[in-house]
Design a protein around this ligand. Structure first.
Ligand code: GLU
Length: 481
């Protein structure tokens, strides 16, 4: 049996879209599940779309999530080079072979001529399709133009009638009328192949057995199959994936501003949660499991579980999953992920063990941290005294005033500012005064935070703020009452 070989073939256009990440993931999972090889190929023949640094971004992302490739530009392999621009000279001989066999032809039509014919077709209410003008040039005319150095492209000679088709694992039999197909450019005037040609040559010469990619290529694949047939090559198995949608009508797109891997990591999503969620976009394990590590995904993955209908990207589900992953971090891991956000919130000098212990159960996305703890670095001193009123804690401004009056000197006199000591002192004070803990703690927390909802209680907040700042805030609270 031949070894399964899949590939991820991104174009370095500056961005790894969630859809691209999913294509890479499924190709990786399918290869690994079947003991096969996962190949990375960089498709950079469209120089106009090329973005500096984009290739490195692709490497970084795949490595970050643990999808290591068996062959690729940096690791090499038997079928290299793995960057299309470095394979430039490999394509022309195949195109010339097709020209000799009448399956492709030189086209010398200039941009202006084509534009004019396009306009004429539009005026007649037709969609422009290349009219095979150059197919009818004589051998001498062709030679003359080549000798004169007239720029040319090479076009695929698509039959004028009949059907081109292929079978896709997800979509089934796809057939198109040849008369609806354009004579695609295979080699551009700059000598570079188009994607339409290069993907066929590369997939074949790299021994790719299963082509897994987005369904935007579904309509062109019959044309690619004609090329396989023309070249006498065995076709790969095609697995086209459904779209990822923002909602029932709209594709998830770059314009949504949050559709790339980096968009999510920079918002404070964990890579494990992103990969896990992306895996579930268009695939399900056949049971109700939702949590998977990459290795568990390899184990569970099968083409059968891939969906035939579009996947809807649900940010709430991703957030939920992310929160689950956050809960499972060790306190140290949590702190190291949270640290940049502590810095942003101006609280990185505070006790990180306490910070993390109050935040880990509540945070769903790390970027929520600064807003959740804004009061620690900056008290909104204009808070309303209404906040001191709380039914459940049996507090109102009056009660709060007497609590603060009583507590301030006691806290001032503490020999050290230690969490346990603060806790025990306040709790025994409540007991001594026969008060509910809440009645004592509520006014303290309000005076320290200036808001009713805070992560952590009065003791933790006092420990975080330190003696001086705690007392300053308590006195400020008292002065309002
Ligand atoms: N370079 C193409 C893209 O980025 C890859 C398509 C394919 O996998 O064949 O969309």
């Amino acid at each position: 049996m031949t070894t399964v070989r899949t590939r991820f073939a991104p174009s370095p256009t500056g961005y790894l879209h969630i859809g691209g990440l999913r294509s890479a993931l499924y190709a990786y999972l399918f290869a690994k599940k079947n003991g096969g090889d996962f190949i990375l190929r960089i498709e950079d023949t469209d120089r106009e779309r090329f973005v500096e640094g984009a290739t490195e971004l692709i490497y970084r992302t795949l490595k970050d999530v643990g999808m290591y490739w068996d062959e690729g530009p940096d690791v090499g392999g038997e079928y290299g080079p793995y960057i299309q621009s470095e394979r430039k000279d490999m394509y022309l001989p195949y195109a010339e072979q097709l020209v000799r066999e009448g399956k492709a032809y030189y086209c010398f039509c200039s941009k202006e001529e084509l534009e004019q014919r396009r306009e004429e077709a539009t005026a007649r209410g037709e969609t422009f399709k290349y009219d095979k003008h150059c197919l009818h040039l004589s051998q001498e005319e062709i030679q003359e133009k080549l000798n004169a150095g007239v720029p040319y492209v090479i076009r695929q000679n698509i039959p004028e009638s009949g059907e081109a088709s292929f079978d896709d694992i997800i979509y089934g039999h796809i057939a198109v009328d040849c008369k609806d197909l354009d004579d695609t450019i295979l080699i551009k005037a700059d000598g570079m192949p188009t994607y339409n040609f290069a993907n066929v040559i590369d997939d074949h010469t790299m021994g790719i057995t299963h082509v897994m990619r987005g369904n935007e290529y579904l309509a062109s694949t019959p044309k690619y199959n004609l090329l396989y047939e023309a070249l006498g090559w065995e076709k790969p198995v095609y697995i086209h994936m459904t779209q990822i949608m923002r909602d029932a009508q709209h594709k998830l797109s770059k314009r949504d501003g949050d559709a790339s891997y980096e968009d999510f990591t920079s918002k404070g999503y964990l890579k494990e949660a992103i990969v896990n969620y992306v895996a579930l976009l268009g695939w399900n394990p056949g049971d109700d499991r939702e949590r998977f590590t990459l290795d568990e995904l390899i184990d569970a993955f099968s083409i059968k579980g891939m969906s035939k209908s579009p996947a809807i990207f649900d940010p709430n589900k991703l957030t939920w999953l992310n929160a689950e992953y956050i809960r499972d971090l060790s306190p140290q891991e949590f702190t190291s992920h949270a640290l940049p956000y502590y810095e942003k919130a101006g609280i990185a000098h505070m006790d990180k063990d306490i910070l993390s212990s109050i935040l880990q159960p509540r945070v769903e996305i790390f970027s929520q941290i600064p807003e959740m703890v804004d009061f620690l670095a900056n008290l909104d001193e204009e808070y309303s005294i209404e906040l001191f009123t709380n039914k459940k804690s049996k507090t109102n401004p009056e009660v709060s005033r007497s609590v603060l009056e009583m507590v301030i000197p006691i806290l001032e006199a503490l020999p050290s500012w230690d969490t346990t000591l603060i806790h025990d002192t306040l709790i025994s004070l409540a007991q001594e005064k026969e008060m509910k803990n809440g009645t004592l703690l509520w006014p303290i927390r309000i005076a320290m935070a200036g808001k009713q909802v805070t992560p952590g209680g009065a003791v933790e907040i006092a420990a975080l703020l330190g003696r001086e700042e705690t007392l300053r805030r308590l006195k400020l609270g008292l002065s309002k009452l």
